[in-house]
Design a protein. Structure first.
Length: 330
């Protein structure tokens, strides 16, 4: 999978469905919530309702096995799909984490899965007939990269022992999708989005550089496309927009491939910030029209529900420079 920014200028004809969908995809507004890291409260649902969001996609890292945060997320009344991230199994998945936690008998990973129920779609899918699309989840709890990590955790929890088995499980979920229009979500993005630290899944700690995307996710996207599915959006987080090695640059948030699939990194952290006039919180908003992404933006909304900043990342007619914002954050 290779990407070229010039491919962001696409026409509707280039990204028409490869086969007739089960139902005509409806136009909808999708909010992608990047890495929460304990910053989620009742104001989030209020803001989402005010923004007119139809569907919410949450891509993990709610906290270090933060059951109470996940409980609040599970209570969100809007249609939603969720995938858990590496921090959501921070103590359970690794030997050092289990040692750190000690002899705690509580299975907080399972508690989170139980709270989310069918809305957690790691290795699974949710059909949304009202929008004419299916959301498919990649491998949950991923740390990213081309080395298979936490073997016993994945074997015991999911019966998966490596990248090939992981890909097969993701593709099986996609093959069972009710709709031809597919949105993928993952905690980590797919491998193939670039090897520079500034790329959507680029390694931004020493040694700087390298593609930390998930290869099983990439293979699953390619195999799902071979099934004749239209993949409109791939949304993920994990690699924060603020780079670790520099304070002067931000991570590239969005890319588009030659098939017209939009790849969106939504991990703007911290997602709730204090300003002189109160708190602001961010959502990545995606407009989907007849199964096609027509706009994507990073929006900061104030507690008084005024939009403080809208950073337009993509429009169907072509990309917009990241510096072009409708408002400045106060």
């Amino acid at each position: 999978m290779t990407f070229d920014n010039s491919q962001a200028q696409v026409s509707p004809a280039q990204i028409s469905p490869t086969s007739t969908p089960t139902s005509e995809p409806a136009s909808c507004t999708i909010a992608v919530v990047g890495d929460v890291h304990d910053l989620w409260d009742s104001g989030d649902e209020t803001a989402l309702q005010h923004l007119g969001v139809d569907l919410v996609l949450l891509v993990g890292d709610f906290g270090n096995e933060a059951v109470d945060v996940v409980r609040t997320v599970a209570q969100l009344s809007l249609p939603k799909a969720v995938i858990l991230g590496n921090h959501d199994a921070w103590f359970t998945a690794t030997a050092w984490g289990r040692k750190l936690r000690g002899l705690d008998p509580i299975d907080r990973v399972q508690q989170q899965l139980d709270l989310l129920g069918d809305t957690h779609i790691g290795f699974g899918k949710l059909d949304f007939p009202q929008f004419g699309l299916t959301v498919v989840g990649s491998r949950p709890f991923s740390w990213g990269g081309s080395t298979w990590k936490n073997r016993s955790f994945y074997q015991q929890r999911f019966g998966v022992d490596g990248f090939e088995a992981s890909t097969a499980k993701i593709v099986a979920a996609a093959a069972g999708a009710l709709h031809q229009t597919i949105i993928f979500i993952g905690h980590c993005g797919p491998k193939g989005l670039g090897e520079q630290a500034e790329d959507p899944c680029g390694k931004d700690w020493n040694p700087i550089g390298g593609d930390y995307g998930d290869p099983d996710f990439t293979a699953a996207i390619e195999q799902t496309r071979a099934l004749g599915k239209q993949i409109s959006l791939v949304a993920f987080g994990h690699m924060h927009h603020s780079l670790r090695h520099t304070k002067t640059r931000q991570r590239k948030m969005l890319d588009v491939d030659s098939n017209g699939t939009v790849y969106l990194n939504a991990a703007s952290v911290p997602r709730i910030r204090s300003t002189p006039t109160g708190q602001v919180r961010n959502f990545s908003l995606v407009t989907l029209t007849a199964g096609v992404v027509t706009k994507a933006a990073l929006v900061w909304i104030h507690d008084d529900l005024t939009i403080q900043s809208e950073q337009i990342l993509y429009q169907l007619a072509g990309p917009v420079l990241a510096s072009e914002e409708t408002k400045l954050l106060r």
